[in-house]
Design a protein around this ligand. Structure first.
Ligand code: ACM
Length: 664
């Protein structure tokens, strides 16, 4: 057993490998560096080697003499050997393990499958660093031995393209991000009330009348699936049914028992339209539809949704009630199970296994299904105790804009679940869910990344890799690496702030946003009447879920108050507070020029005032004086009033300032 992280330097990698032994030496890079493939030289592996060389060359500025992988390495050239025993299948449970050995003389990456080699290349790339005291180019890799494999076989990211359509390039760049942190399932939420996004030849009015023209052609879909497969990533399509189907009904109102006509839904929320599970024609439709879609999507799993079906409209229909009576179906849940089992049978006839949200886990559900637990973890435990498989999404809802540490601490498999070995093996992993009510192609990356890298680590690394501070330290580097991989979570903030500031200096806005986060959970929906047409270009959209400067400030204040770090934190805390205190004056001209910012004027003023309180508290502390209780009480009241969100963002440094003010 090798020991994880046991050395003077812990690399800024994510996910942390299962077993690591750091050595002392370095492998130095120079332009003679080359890669050689041994064993199964698959096309996927060759392309991955080319991409790796390009990425290393882009980072280092080295003009490699050899651009791509060759046969045997020339004896004189230090380089890397990549060896896979066989081509991997892009399917659940495929071997993704690898070993990586870096010595001063060379690098050897070996794996059972070429997909394992791909995972190892991502580890290697994250190790690329600069030597403070270089002999050669200055770039290289630390010498080490890694033996790595995933903890869970299903490590996914759901992207909802129904609520806001995400063009192919958004999906492709996110696949690169997923590959970089070893996620292996793209769960593609392709239809919902607000849009049906797939070109469908058997029923052309699905995309024709259900998408406003925003859908993927089949050729595009094949391209995306191939791109994903080239990175060892499965693509699981989801067509949500029997609820969440308003966009289907725009073209095919006969799928439901209720009178039409229907139009694409423009509002958010849970709507009551549902397929009629009692009509033969519904299943004939689904048979043809599934036949076509299973021809397009090769994965052995097919997601049928099944969430949030409102039973009342079914129960109000006399024909449906009569059908239920005849078939001995006591309630709407039993009727939905009846539907689910019929669809499961259709899927089985096309060699597909069914996956659905946890609502499908009713007493009548038979084995063979995968349950995706989103309303809690209870369904996960119930599913595996009934011999089914399950994945966890509860706690991984990244659209709730919770901090990375919150998701990081959420483990799909904990000892208190008291599962047998066989049951635990059926906990396949988890998925982050990027629901798209409040994101656009411009902002979606900033809601997925970098937090999803922390979830990826939870799903790949050993359970005892879980220190949140260390995670945050590494996440900073990983976030930049993800940007270099093509993601726009950092750079688009600049674009958005320039638009908000109407072309003026964005500095003050950036300082203000460093102290705020968007309101959490689904609170934003209660603050304005959002629809599919609402602008998502406001201050809340340019702010991020895990404001890094605010988080660091809060940590410094904690440390200052606990006395853990002596008083060395007082200076950086003071500097930050001065910056925030003086910012409102700089914000005012921006707000005058750019009316879109008017909604944050009082928030900006409050940031200045809160910072002033913090500075006064620091002065009390430095002078050893105790403030009068009048001051303490007044400050508490004022800070409380500043906690009120504005423009759907809130100041996230108030708690730290309250503690500073009260713990003199
Ligand atoms: C869901 O969030 N309705 C699965």
């Amino acid at each position: 057993m090798l020991t994880p992280g046991k050395n003077s330097v812990t690399p800024d990698w994510m996910p942390v490998p299962a077993e690591v032994r750091m050595h002392t030496d370095r492998f130095s890079l120079d332009s003679s560096f080359a890669v050689s493939i041994e064993g199964a030289a698959t096309d996927r592996l060759s392309r991955a080697c080319v991409r790796l060389m390009r990425r290393v060359s882009d980072r280092t500025g080295l003009f490699f003499q050899r651009e791509s992988a060759t046969g045997a390495l020339p004896l004189s050239a230090p380089g890397m050997t990549v060896a896979a025993q066989r081509e991997g299948r892009v399917s659940l449970g495929e071997d993704e393990s690898y070993s990586l050995e870096i010595s001063a003389q060379g690098i050897r990456l070996s794996a059972v499958t070429d997909i394992g080699c791909l995972r190892g290349m991502e580890t290697l790339f994250q190790l690329l660093d600069a030597d403070a005291d270089p002999e050669g180019s200055g770039y290289g890799f630390p010498c080490l031995t890694v033996r790595d494999k995933p903890r869970f076989p299903w490590r996914g990211l759901l992207i909802d393209v129904s609520r806001h359509f995400m063009p192919a390039d958004v999906i492709l760049r996110n696949l690169d991000g997923m590959a970089a942190v070893k996620l292996n399932v793209l769960h593609w939420h392709l239809s919902d009330d607000q849009g049906f996004r797939v070109e469908t030849r058997s029923f052309p009015k699905l995309h024709g009348l259900g998408s406003d023209g925003f859908y993927y052609s089949q050729e595009e879909i094949r391209g995306i699936i191939a791109y994903a497969a080239d990175r060892g990533i499965r693509v699981v399509p989801e067509f949500d049914m029997p609820g969440h189907v308003t966009s289907w009904l725009a073209g095919y109102p006969e799928l439901t028992h209720r009178p039409g006509p229907f139009r694409i839904e423009r509002r958010w929320g849970v709507w009551s339209s549902a397929m009629d599970p009692t009509r033969k024609s519904t299943y004939r439709f689904l048979e043809r539809f599934i036949a076509e879609m299973t021809g397009l999507f090769p994965d052995e799993y097919f997601h049928i949704g099944g969430d949030e079906v409102e039973g009342k409209p079914w129960m109000e229909d006399p024909d449906i009630r009569a059908y239920m009576k005849k078939h001995g179906l006591p309630d709407a849940a039993a009727l939905q199970t009846h539907f689910t089992l019929r669809v499961q049978k259709i899927l089985a006839s096309h060699d597909r296994k069914m996956i659905g949200w946890d609502e499908i886990l009713t007493p009548g559900l038979q084995s063979g299904a995968v349950i995706q637990s989103w309303r809690g973890r209870e369904s996960l435990v119930e599913a595996v105790s009934r011999g089914m498989s399950a994945i966890l999404s509860n706690g991984y809802y990244i659209d709730l804009v919770q901090p990375a540490a919150f998701h990081y601490s959420n483990d799909p498999l904990t000892p208190d679940m008291n599962l047998s070995e066989a049951e635990a093996a059926n906990v396949l992993g988890g998925e982050a869910t990027m629901w798209a009510e409040l994101v656009t192609p411009e902002t979606v990356d900033s809601r997925i990344w970098p937090r999803t890298a922390a979830i990826a680590e939870r799903l790949w690394s050993p359970a005892d890799i879980r220190d949140p501070e260390d995670m945050h330290r590494r996440l900073r580097s990983v976030s930049l690496m993800l940007e270099q991989a093509g993601l726009t979570h950092i750079r688009n903030r600049g674009v958005m702030m320039r638009r908000l500031a109407a072309g003026t200096d964005t500095g003050p806005l950036e300082i203000l946003l460093s102290a705020v986060e968007p309101v959490k959970n689904y609170r934003r929906h209660s603050m304005r009447p959002f629809t599919t047409f609402s602008p998502l270009t406001c201050v809340a959209d340019a702010s991020v879920p895990d404001a890094e400067k605010a988080r660091r400030f809060n940590t410094l204040v904690e440390s200052l108050l606990s006395g853990a770090g002596g008083s060395s934190e007082a200076e950086p805390v003071r500097r930050q507070l001065i910056l925030w205190r003086d910012n409102h004056e700089a914000m005012l001209p921006l707000i005058r020029r750019s009316p879109i910012l008017a909604e944050i004027e009082s928030l900006s003023e409050d940031l200045s005032r809160a910072a002033e309180i913090g500075l006064q508290a620091l002065d009390f502390r430095a002078s050893g004086r105790t403030p009068e209780s009048v001051w303490t009480n007044e400050v508490r009241t004022r800070l409380e009033s500043m906690a009120e969100p504005r423009a759907e963002v809130e100041l996230v440094i108030l708690d730290a300032i309250r503690k500073l003010a009260s713990q003199q």
